[in-house]
Design a protein around this ligand. Structure first.
Ligand SMILES: Nc1ncnc2c1ncn2[C@@H]1O[C@H](COP(=O)(O)OP(=O)(O)OP(=O)(O)O)[C@@H](O)[C@H]1O
Ligand SMILES: [Mg+2]
Length: 448
């Protein structure tokens, strides 16, 4: 267990006691402190893997404590507890390097999950250090971020399936992290030191895909000057990721099925010698594959053969509570990459992101933060640096059948004004028009 000793700092004696009881039952060694000063005293004397601290405490509060812990004991993970509805505190804590935060009212289940995840995180860091030495840079593995119940169940799934050899089908909308999850499974499996090979099935026509995957013998077709090993062989003892599997032809699907049924036995294109590769196959798709099967676009037998272990990745709009964590993760990443020093994101920006429906999921969020880091002139990301479509725009357009353009315009201005707390300048910036236009429209539509 990577987390053993935990210090709980909270000024409410009952809460302290409850936390102690709950966590000791889980086998953790718990110390208690009634405020930041008392906590600090203990941290100077002993080492803790984790500090769980309330933000609001008399004397020294949680944020100050967090800053001190980072200096004195940088490997200690700090989890902040914030009051209901004070997203600013959570944002500040994350910005100052908290590992995670919990919002009141909190449940024992949430606390336990966070500690479990922190343990995995610590293990993973150690594993990653080892991997970095062992494995080629291009196979790098980024951390999966999120603490919603949907993503927690994905973590559990990854841990559970990593050690098996069964075929996995990962389904989810574009940008939900399918490839990231495939890599996570590979690097947590016993094959982690063997290759992780990816084939993008959408990028190649059927016959080229076949030779890419299974290789070919010299002279197999015009242009096959030399014998070539396929990706299947290259992935021997490792993992083969078949990306965008829905984009293959039925002819190809038949061939792939045959190889999977024969436990990795195949012939190179134009060859007769049987080759065997011991490969864990992971397929991904952003289509609803079951529907494709029903419509006759995807072979049913292959579907069942691939779908031994199904993993469905939730869209970002189904787990919006992960947005602040993701934003800070990418903020750190792109600060580092660009040598920028953006400190935070305004609460208005965050509110806009919470409202947005994220058709491009996490990839879209990542791109938006990357762009905002480059564009922001000050220290804080303001709404005008976010290249989000105003979400009401889409809602309004989708309900526009009987609405006039003017009505839509009115709605849009009305909604945006509301989101911007009545601030006309911000509304204008958000909608990409001048403040004067907004003033005139407000007059025209009697908005106020
Ligand atoms: N939970 C997560 N935490 C952190 N980053 C994530 C997470 N999920 C996805 N990402 C990042 O989002 C981007 C898109 O992820 P990925 O390429 O795995 O998506 P995908 O589902 O394969 O998308 P597509 O269907 O378009 O190929 C990557 O940069 C990835 O690192
Ligand atoms: Mg992908």
């Amino acid at each position: 267990m990577a987390i053993e000793k935990i210090l709980v700092a909270d000024d409410e004696p009952l809460i302290r006691r409850l936390l102690q009881e709950i966590l000791e039952k889980e086998g953790y060694e718990i110390s208690l402190a009634e405020d930041g000063v008392a906590a600090l005293e203990q941290i100077k004397k002993e080492s803790f893997e984790m500090v769980i601290t309330d933000i609001r405490m008399p004397g020294m509060g949680g944020i100050e404590l967090l800053e001190m812990v980072n200096q004195i004991s940088p490997c200690t993970l700090v989890v902040a507890i914030t009051a209901h509805g004070s997203i600013e505190n959570a944002v500040e804590a994350m910005k100052k390097g908290a590992y995670d935060y919990l919002t009141k009212p909190i449940t024992p289940h949430q606390i336990k999950l966070i500690i479990q995840r922190a343990s995995q995180h610590k293990n993973l860091l150690e594993e990653n250090k080892y991997l970095r030495e062992e494995i080629n840079e291009k196979y790098h593995f980024e951390e999966l971020i999120g603490k919603s119940s949907q993503i927690e169940s994905i973590y559990r799934m990854i841990a559970r399936v990593a050690s098996s050899k069964s075929t996995i089908l990962i389904q989810g909308e574009t940008g939900t992290g399918k490839e990231l999850v495939a890599r996570a499974i590979h690097y947590r499996s016993s094959c982690r030191n063997n290759p992780f090979i990816k084939v993008n099935c959408a990028a190649l026509p059927s016959d080229l895909l076949e030779s890419e995957l299974f290789g070919h013998e010299q002279g197999a077709f015009t242009g096959a000057i030399k014998k070539k090993e396929g990706r299947f062989e290259l992935a021997n003892k490792g993992t083969l990721l078949l990306d965008e599997i829905s984009e293959t032809t039925t002819a190809f699907q038949v061939k792939l099925l045959r190889v999977l049924q024969k436990e990795g036995e195949f012939e190179r294109v134009g060859g007769t010698k049987t080759i065997k590769a011991d490969v864990r196959v992971i397929a991904t798709t952003n289509q609803k594959l079951e529907k494709n099967v029903r419509e006759g676009k995807f072979r049913e037998d292959l579907y069942y053969r691939l779908n031994v272990i199904p993993i469905f990745l939730p869209s970002l709009r189904e787990r919006k509570e992960d947005i602040p964590l993701l934003v800070h993760h990418f903020l750190r990443k792109y600060n580092r990459q660009n040598g920028a020093k953006i400190e935070s994101i305004s609460s208005q920006s965050l509110a806009l992101m919470q409202d947005y429906n994220w058709p491009g999921n996490i990839r879209e969020l990542e791109n938006i933060i990357e762009r905002a880091v480059v564009m922001t002139e000050g220290k804080v990301i303001l709404p005008e640096y976010l290249s989000l479509k105003v979400s009401s725009e889409e809602e309004i357009i989708s309900r526009s059948e009987k609405m006039t353009l003017e009505e839509m315009e009115k709605r849009l201005i009305e909604n945006t004004l509301q989101k911007m707390g009545g601030n006309r300048t911000r509304t204008a910036e958000m909608l990409g028009v001048t403040a004067r236009t907004i003033r005139n429209k407000i007059k025209k539509y009697y908005l106020n």
